[in-house]
Design a protein around this ligand. Structure first.
Ligand code: FES
Length: 442
């Protein structure tokens, strides 16, 4: 089955550059992609008690995510139903109620309207407050991670994940007591389309030996220990499914030198590897960890302990919200080592992060040219060499140096942009799977 049409022949690895620059396409994305997918909202560790809240975004819509009295988590649009002001202007905190700073309408922890100033005099007691609560978000929890959607049509989150659950569990199910996000969110803006960042996290190991070579050498006096040089990169696989993507080169052991976070961290990894192997299996621990995206815009990097959301801000801008994640039970000095490692690599001024941002910004700049937007871009790496359920890894996969996950990402994006219902998308996925005749290689 081939996805052709206005966005290029994606199944054959042709990408139309206008998907990164066109304002009308962007407006359609907000409705069709961000309005109909599951989006990461918050992690348990950010909402420690009743009334704890964080403000985040679903696409460009601000939402409040709130811990309820019964321990559950609910979310609602951060928009007052009177004149549209934000109900809450803080990024995070703890509240009993939320009061709009414009005229004082007040909402409870679920977003229900509970108080209207001068209700008797100004509204003659005629306003039906039960009809004017904040717009509610559909929320589901997966192992301490909360995802939200505006769609009633999209399948339950575990169905939406599909085989990606195996890859997500490699991080969320890794430690007995789970993980936590280090307090405070790092936020910065990059002048590029959000899909560059999200697709790269799903699919692109190919840039690593080249784009990050200088940064890696600058971080160590032993560059020869870096396993990602051209020509002798270790074997590895890339996974694609439901628009999600994951890829890793395979580790010989969990105790390889970590040149950024230090020897104490490596020693701690080795001393705790039995716990990891028990929870997710030795093979998965060594084969599944590196770059990952849950479609459309939630990504994490296993070696660098960072999770992030790529919030769209127009066709030419993305706002990165990034967290360091750490095993909840790790000692404080190890958590500090991990945090420092993230800051050096994938913090807002981290050397790897700035490598990536420089590439994406430059591509976006080039696409300002009229001629530069006329030619299709090539995403054909590994085309026709996909395999299913090989090397102990579920789902459709390919060599880690391929663009199978990029094509899967853009295919899911195009399905949604075309306005297919989720039932139609499911039927289409089943048909694609039947047509895959490539059998596992011996
Ligand atoms: Fe919120 Fe008027 S806009 S009370």
């Amino acid at each position: 089955m081939t996805v052709t049409g206005e966005f290029g022949d994606i199944d054959n690895g042709h990408i139309d550059p206008k998907i990164y620059t066109d304002q009308a396409i962007y407006e359609r994305e907000l409705e069709q992609v961000f309005g109909r997918s599951w989006l990461f909202l918050a992690h348990d560790s950010q909402l420690p008690k009743r009334g704890s809240f964080v403000q985040t975004y679903m696409g460009e819509d601000p939402v409040l995510v709130v811990r309820q009295g019964d321990g559950s988590v609910k979310a609602f649009l951060n928009q007052c139903r009177h004149r549209g002001m934000r109900i809450c202007r803080s990024d995070e905190g703890t509240n009993k109620t939320f009061t709009c700073s414009y005229h004082g309408w007040a909402y409870d922890l679920e977003g229900n309207l509970i108080n209207v100033p001068m209700e008797d005099r100004a509204y003659r007691k005629e306003i039906d407050k039960s009809r004017w609560g904040a717009v509610k978000v559909r929320v589901e929890e997966y192992k301490g991670f909360y995802f939200g959607t505006w769609s009633e049509d999209v399948p339950e989150f575990t169905d939406y994940l599909g085989d990606m659950a195996f890859y997500f569990d490699a991080v969320v199910g890794r430690w007995d007591n789970g993980l936590e996000l280090v307090p405070m969110t790092s936020k910065w803006v990059i002048d590029c389309n959000w899909k560059f960042a999200s697709e790269q996290s799903a699919s692109d190991m190919y840039h690593v030996p080249f784009s990050h070579a200088s940064a890696r050498m600058a971080l160590t006096d032993k560059p020869e220990e870096w396993p990602m040089r051209w020509g002798d990169a270790p074997p590895g696989r890339q996974f694609s499914g439901n628009g999600h993507g994951s890829g890793s080169v395979w580790l010989p052991t969990l105790g390889i030198p970590d040149l950024v976070s230090g020897q104490d961290y490596v020693d701690w990894l080795v001393s705790n590897q039995a716990e990891v192997f028990r929870n997710i299996g030795e093979e998965r621990a060594l084969k599944v960890y590196a770059h990952n995206t849950i479609f459309p815009n939630f990504s994490w990097l296993g070696p660098n302990a960072t999770m992030r959301v790529w919030h769209p801000r127009g066709p030419g801008q993305v706002e990165v919200w990034s967290w360091t994640y750490v095993p909840k039970d790790a000692p404080q000095n190890i958590k500090a080592d991990i945090r420092r490692g993230v800051q050096r690599t994938f913090g807002p001024a981290g050397s790897f992060e700035t490598d990536d941002g420089e590439n994406w910004t430059e591509v976006q700049q080039v696409l300002k040219g009229w001629k530069a937007r006329q030619s299709k871009l090539n995403a054909q790496m590994g085309l026709g060499h996909e395999e299913r359920d090989v090397h102990g890894l579920p789902g459709l996969s390919n060599d880690v140096f391929s663009e199978t996950a990029a094509r899967g990402f853009y295919r899911r994006w195009a399905d949604l942009m075309a306005g297919l219902s989720w039932a139609e998308i499911r039927d289409q996925d089943a048909a694609r799977e039947r047509q895959e005749t490539i059998l596992p290689k011996e």
